[in-house]
Design a protein around this ligand. Sequence first.
Ligand code: ADP
Ligand code: MG
Ligand code: MG
Length: 896
Amino acid sequence: MAAKYVYFFGNGDADGDESMRAELGGKGANLAQMAKAPLSLPVPPGFTITTDVCQEFYKLNRNYPEGLSAQVDEYLAKLEAAMGKKLGDENDPLLVSVRSGAAISMPGMMDTILNLGLNDKAVVGLAKKTNNERFAWDAYRRFIQMYGDVAMGVDHDKFEAIIDEVKAKAGVKEDTELTTENLKEIVEKYKAMYKAEKGEDFPQDAKKQMWGAIGAVFGSWMNPRAIKYRKLNNIKEGALKGTAVSVMAMVFGNKGETSGTGVCFSRDPSTGENVFMGEYLMNAQGEDVVAGIRTPQKLSQLEQTNKAIYDQLCEIRDRLEKHYHDMQDMEFTVEEGKLFMLQCRNGKRTGAAAVKMAVDMVAEGLITKEQALLRVEPEQLNQLLLPQLDKDAVKKAIEIASGLNASPGAGCGQIVFTADEAEAWAKDGKKVLLVRKETSPDDIAGMAVAQGILTSTGGRTSHAAVVARGMGTPCVCGCADVAFKDENTIVVKGKEYKKGDFLTIDGATGRVFEGQVAVKPAAISGDLETFLGWADEVRNASVRTTASGKTVKGFNVLANGDTPQNAKDAFRFGAMGIGLCRTEHMFFDEPKLTAFQKMIVSDTTEQRKENLAKILPYQQKDFYEIIKTMEGRPVTIRLLDPPLNEFIQAESDGAAAALATKLGMDKAALVAKVAALDEHNPMLGHRGCRLAITYPEIYEMQVEAIARATAQLDKEGVKHDVRIMIPNVVTYKEVEQIRAQAEAVIAAVNKDCGTSLAFQIGSMVEFPRTALSADKVASVADFFSFGSNDLTQTTFGFSRDDYGKFINSYLDQRVLEDDPFATLDADGPGALMEIAEAKGRGVKADLHLGICGEHGGDPASIALCYKIGLNYVSCSPFRVPLARLAGAQAVIKASK
Ligand code: ADP
Ligand code: MG
Ligand code: MG
């Protein structure tokens, strides 16, 4: 027997359900679930062809698997019986929609065809049967347009041009004002145009139409728009089997003023508030609401005009939320006063809304804290930390218009009017604000690079709003005061703004301002604070056993921060300490730079020491402030890492002369020094602790500055937990030697200051040799910190500065699944980390392990670090909230 390819839903029954998302797609699975008990919602009947067929379709070079056609016939017969109508019947035709839907929702990315089954005769039958001639012809003209465009590739604009022409002739503005005669004329013109374009008549056979539509939906899985969407949303090709196709009896929102169609959300997807919201249009069909062609009415208005339907919707909203335990995005249609549900899914939401809903639903007893933590994508938190308009700046700013607050955050940029311009300008490094009448799926690349999006039509469920919220881009839509004058100019309340002028929008309030308004960083408070507090609880309470059999408790998040300002940010975002404080930048400010350069060009140890002594008080002050800010939390200071030639550069003759003068030396001597410092491969050169092997006085000075700063704080009664980290270690002997020198310096400071300070001294692990000899290193180091950038470079043999030339080919051809510098590679550096864990903790059972490379802020890498048994990850301050959540998710997922 052939595989089951088709599933039925409707009439209170279905042979699939929500557990079959992978096969039926999200839309098909939820239609089946809604149709059957216990929900038993009014869903028009239909059937769903599985995603397996889509997969086969592409395997078979765009052909259907055997047995499909017989199954479709069988289910079509079942649908016809359920409806008491037949597809293609000239007197009382069954009309269907043919809809797409993958397991992961991709709103608007693939194609849907409505009103299928109409032809020249059936339209007459439909008119008679419904006693509504205008409706029948409206349905037919919509069908020809959609089918022509989607299934047959006739340019959408060619249809629009015909409508516009007929509207102009009839002297009307809205589609709804067109008369039956107008619609008939449009149909005639559509058909003529179709014939001219395609060289054949518009298909009249309903079954042929249905198969054409099914093929178009499967074909749309690979259209450039859908491929781009998957790429932008990080959905890997092959992660999904494809799209399912649902063929479903039509219900009609375009039968007059007692009919309509709408979209609603069980909670506000922008703010997360527990209020029912949505938009609808009377006498409209399908995409009319979303397309932003007419500006829809608010759901609250429906309460006044049709209370019965509104109450029924409220009841459904409640039932669906209780069933799915999540916010629902629903599509409905009212046909002559009767309500039908056409879709429901977990609604997309902004980061702020995601957090608020998660926190609220825990309070309502709808979900557990752990479920709440899994509800929010770590990357979504970035939106909550989006800059907001500075309140004082807003007072002075000139507000020129306002629209709907569709996606929060402040966006300021130079205005452009097409997505292509947005892309081009952004490529040139400009910040752009995309201003459009409405947006369509073809605009997504331009939307992705914009600081904000402003549209003149469309509601909060329009394409622009939905996509902007998904991207976390600020958006104001339906701003009717924005008028498009020509391709370079918009007019707002009589004032012109040219392409390239600056505007600022506030997506949280819908306000639009002239020029550039100052923005301010956001803070962690309220729901976000509660939510991240839960994440901390989960991480702190975690216990796991590593591959080497060691038990590790807790999983911390620290930050990388080099300046007191970084440390303040890290603290504000909830970091439990500083995991990496780089010291190199501290030498780049004057007068430290000159002294340091003089140290580098010194000929004798005495001269070097003399110049280093000048830097010491500055370093001490830098350390003092960072340590103080962290209030007793760990501060891990890395001794100088980069090669010395980064500090002494003389690219031209003039530059050499200037530098020689500054350093008070002979130009020729300087040029000779520069040549001596030159390296072919500085990343593998004289840097890190190798400098301390040749010039011990550099690290000695740094250790003294650290010790003196700590002693000062100690005397002031300020808490401190300072750790010293040695970079670029390849052998335990480096650690042993540098440690002895450091301890001597610390002892001297203790003596001088009357303190009894002790510091943990640890080793970075950033080369395979260090990991492979971790047992020896652990015997002289108090902790390890994995420098995963260098570890990746040296494990792969990829230069981080040059791999851009080939990495995209690797990713496109899937030779590598992920960019190893973005996502920690389990088979390479990850495997070395596991070895280091086992060997290191074999010597010291409670050896503290952390990571301080870029990977510390990447969710997938954080999960790997948890698995390996690290005590903490350290990342840039702005990624700390994300890492707090991603770490908790790793804990929860590992315990399942
Ligand atoms: P998308 O995935 O882009 O939302 P849909 O398949 O949901 O596409 O369909 C687009 C529009 O057509 C939606 O507004 C939907 O409610 C409407 N629609 C789909 N099928 C029917 C139907 N059988 N009767 C009435 N309207 C329909
Ligand atoms: Mg839909
Ligand atoms: Mg390094």
